[in-house]
Design a binder for this molecule. Structure first.
Ligand SMILES: [Fe+2]
Length: 224
């Protein structure tokens, strides 16, 4: 590039704000967050939806009793990898009840107690800041052939450009080390388990309900 063309290019770049000292707001917040793990839907995705899908999984209309188990406020944010929130992301969650059984006709664990007062599923939209909040119970562990699934919640999240199916695991659980589903993700990665599959659990920390636990879990979609 000649000096004349370079000078012209620099002037154009300056007019466009591309010169030294200019950092776009998007690049300034380019935090490079690790995208959440892609995991499969698993066998118990509720293709047949329950009657209710609101954010409180612990109560059902017309039921005198509440779901059994430890109540948990499950909250977090949907983020793009640069740290910006993904507003209005669609969030589905589903999980086993506190005994370890799903509302799914394919869950044939007849020795595990069903809980007819547990919703088991929710479909909500994140707010303008990408935040979500559910009230649920801690899921029980359940058998999967030769091993046990450690307590977890399934997520299916649709942002503006990205859809991600993932799972959140409860931390410090004794069954984590033998849960073979955690040995591999869809890309064949192996242990050690990444930190971003675990919720951050605070017993008694709920702001929604006295005595309930608070579990925080942010989900990072690639492009948001
Ligand atoms: Fe599961």
């Amino acid at each position: 590039m000649s000096n004349t063309s370079r000078r012209a290019w620099l002037m154009q770049a300056a007019a466009l704000g591309l010169g030294a000292g200019f950092v776009s707001p998007r690049l300034a917040s380019a935090a490079t967050l690790e995208p959440s793990w892609p995991m499969d839907l698993g066998p118990f995705y509720p293709v047949e939806k329950p009657l209710e899908s609101d954010a409180d999984l612990t109560r059902l209309d017309g039921h005198a009793k509440r779901a059994q188990g430890q109540v948990v406020e499950l909250t977090g944010r949907i983020l793009a990898h640069d740290g910006t929130p993904v507003p209005r992301a669609k969030i589905e969650i589903w999980q086993a009840n506190s005994f370890g059984r799903y509302h799914h006709h394919g869950d044939g664990h007849d020795t595990i107690q069903p809980d007819p007062d547990f919703q088991g599923y929710a479909l909500q939209e994140a707010d303008d800041q990408g935040r979500f909040r559910f009230l649920t119970v801690k899921p029980g562990a359940y058998p999967a052939g030769s091993f046990m699934r450690s307590p977890h919640v399934h997520f299916d999240v649709q942002g503006r450009y990205t859809r991600l199916v993932t799972q959140m695991y409860y931390p410090n659980e004794p069954l984590l080390g033998q849960d073979k589903v955690l040995k591999h993700d869809l890309f064949g990665h192996t242990n050690p388990m990444p930190a971003n599959i675990f919720g951050a659990l605070t017993p008694g920390g709920s702001t929604l309900e006295p005595g309930a636990a608070l579990c925080r879990f942010d989900i990072v979609l690639g492009d948001g």
